[in-house]
Ligand binder design. Sequence first.
Ligand code: MN
Length: 227
Amino acid sequence: MSYVIHPAPQASLAVANSSDRFPVRRIFCVGRNYEEHVAEMGNDTREAPFFFTKPADAVMDSPCTMPYPTLTNNLHHEIELVIAIGKAGSDIAPDEVQNHIWGAGVGIDMTRRDVQQQAKDKRRPWDMSKGFDHSAPISALVPLADVPSLTEGTIWLSVNGEPRQTGDIGDMIWTVDEHISALSQAVRLEAGDIIMTGTPAGVGAVVRGDVMTGGVDGIGEIQVTVA
Ligand code: MN
């Protein structure tokens, strides 16, 4: 087999305490999954979970430096628990979801908020507000056996050492089991898929030179500098 152009390198993420890497196939993101964040964005908390995507090669290992993206003057951070799928499946029951999870980490769903607002206003897709280059910095992934909990734990993000976002993954509207089950009804999940599970309240802007640090207790930490 030969290709007419060189195939892209496999997108991947670091694995904690290992030289092996996790190959990334797709990135799915959950919208509006913490009540206080839904409220701060002016939306209704009773909606069913919905999903959007980023390209696999938007991932970056932590610690990293991300270039300030084009087309925006309002680049926002959204700290999120990240789930890595290790076993394929479709129409997965909530109590079967854990059998499909390889591990977890913490990521920042970087967002061009002004571009997203224009998309909402004009009923256009979110792709260019969410799926731009370098928009998915993610920590080293931890195997599920080493994850203390996917149902409780502090999730936080600071900018230049000042707290911006603090919540608990137990405050998700749709739990990991519930929203991955729902996602698996929309698409067949495959090994290598990544799910960014939504952000707590406190999203806000960063500018060039800012350093974001964040984490989920017991799972991992991330550090991203905006250049
Ligand atoms: Mn998000």
